[in-house]
Design a protein around this ligand. Structure first.
Ligand code: GLC
Length: 469
């Protein structure tokens, strides 16, 4: 990286820092002075995660500690029967500092103010990941071992692990409940949430102290990881071999011996996919539920699955192969494609509710997001594809600087600055800085908490052997 770019990026990141009564507590989502603010002047939990990684790798953990403890204070702690209040354990999507006669205080948004009132399922998951990275990089276990922090972890696990109506290891969520926070047909069991859930479970297992009140939680987090790993590796994985199997699936199978467990009709395999998949590449499907497989590729879930070991080594290598073979589609001119392919025509109308911001090849619907660079970097580090990482970073550096760090790009190959994109978007800056750090020192990945390999339990929904283990 050019030193001038590095220094400029750091100055911009520092300029986005938010203080509460003198304590550093987060970074603003964007500092665009031209486009109207909406809620981009707030600290978003998921956006801050990337800033947190940048600060931790740069040896500046104070802001991360400040954020982590504020989130504990903001987490809801009352059991609720009131449907208009956030449920016990929930952490906010975002918060802002307001000052009045009584001084400064934080006002949090749990989705009740968000456009379309989308809930932040991912906030607690990111908080756990940030906490783990904080402990790994600083060695300061004392912060994680505080009573209030341990209680916060248990409450998050209650929220995520309590038995509900369905009986899958994956987490059931409403549409738009994570980075894709608009209607996009990503309700149900989206891969992005499942991969983050997996990381959060790993983090919780590592962070809970050995105490009697934690035993049940540690055991539950460990077992859920195993079931989740088996389920995702077996049922979400798509490569030519699996597509061939699905193409000849029997349907309407009842009972324990069913092979086609979700009753996926072969007719739903899209034509674009059979032509597009290279011989040896593969990826995890976007979503899987009753009679429904979403065949779209989603970057966040797929890349995070490589980082945290949810994907097997074979699957990770196949994903990198796919990225190389389909570089124009999945990486593009300004990396990276968030989802592929875009929903168009009737699909777009029905699944987005005719959302003009998410029209084909824009924003969440096939737009390109620089923030994802850090996940690509982690994937390359994990699989040894450093040549790919270098070539991507070299090609994008001057572009991001010239364009003032946009939030996203539009077009099939991501050549246009997103029509409604904010500039000086903090996580675009932080994502780039973290990616560069990882490229320069691959050891950083483990310090951020992404190191282990997942164990897979041999007990999924049915008797299928794990095809990818
Ligand atoms: C948009 C994105 C969301 C992000 C927020 C702040 O709403 O969809 O993922 O957290 O902007 O940058």
């Amino acid at each position: 990286m050019k030193k001038s770019t590095h220094d400029k990026a750091w100055r911009l990141l520092d300029a986005s820092v938010v203080r509460l009564q003198g304590t550093l507590v987060g970074t603003l989502a964007a500092r665009d002075t031209i486009v109207q603010e909406l809620n981009y002047d707030q600290v978003f939990t998921r956006d801050f995660a990337v800033s947190a990684y940048a600060y931790l790798l740069n040896g500046q953990p104070e802001i991360v500690a400040g954020f982590l403890l504020q989130m504990v204070r903001l987490q809801r702690t009352e059991r609720q029967f009131d449907c208009f209040k956030p449920g016990e354990g929930l952490m906010p999507a975002s918060f802002k500092v307001v000052s009045d006669a009584d001084g400064e205080r934080l006002v949090a948004d749990f989705g009740e103010h968000a456009i379309a009132r989308v809930p932040p399922v991912d906030s607690g998951l990111w908080w756990l990941m940030i906490l783990r990275a904080y402990v790994q990089t600083t060695g300061d276990r004392a912060l994680a071992e505080r009573d209030d922090v341990q209680a916060a972890i248990r409450m998050l696990l209650d929220l995520c692990l309590n038995a509900r109506f369905d009986m899958f290891p994956t987490m059931l969520v409403p549409d738009g409940s994570f980075m894709i926070d608009r209607r996009m047909g990503v309700y149900g069991y989206p891969i992005d949430v499942q991969a983050q859930f997996f990381s959060a479970l790993q983090a919780a297992e590592m962070l809970l102290v050995n105490a009697e009140e934690n035993t049940r939680y540690i055991e539950a987090a460990r077992r859920r990881q195993e079931h989740l790993a088996y389920h995702i590796r077996t049922y979400y994985w798509l490569d030519l071999e699996q597509i061939n199997r699905m193409y000849r699936y029997a349907v309407e199978e009842y009972g324990e011996t069913a092979v086609n467990q979700f009753n996926i009709y072969p007719e739903t395999i899209p034509h674009w996919l059979t032509d597009w998949l290279p011989e040896t590449g593969g990826y995890f499907a976007g979503n899987l539920g009753p009679a429904r497989m979403d065949f779209r590729y989603f970057a966040l879930g797929n890349l995070m699955a490589v980082l945290n070991g949810l994907a097997t080594e074979g699957q990770s290598a196949a994903l990198v192969h796919l990225l190389r073979e389909r570089r124009d589609d999945l990486i593009g001119e300004v990396p990276l494609k968030l989802s592929f392919p875009a929903l168009e025509g009737q699909d777009w109308a029905l699944l987005t509710g005719m959302d003009p911001k998410n029209r084909p090849w824009s924003y969440h619907n096939g737009g390109n997001w620089p923030v994802l660079l850090w996940l690509l970097a982690g994937t390359c580090v994990r699989t040894g594809a450093m040549d790919l990482l270098e070539s991507v970073l070299d090609s994008v550096e001057s572009r991001l600087v010239r364009d003032d760090w946009p939030e996203y790009y539009d077009g099939r190959r991501g050549r246009l600055i997103g029509q409604q994109a904010r500039k000086w978007q903090t996580w675009s800056i932080a994502g780039y800085l973290v990616a560069r750090q990882l490229a320069e020192d691959p050891g950083c990945l483990e310090r951020l908490g992404f190191g282990g390999r997942a164990k897979s339990a041999a007990c999924g929904l049915g008797s299928n052997p794990d095809p990818c283990g």
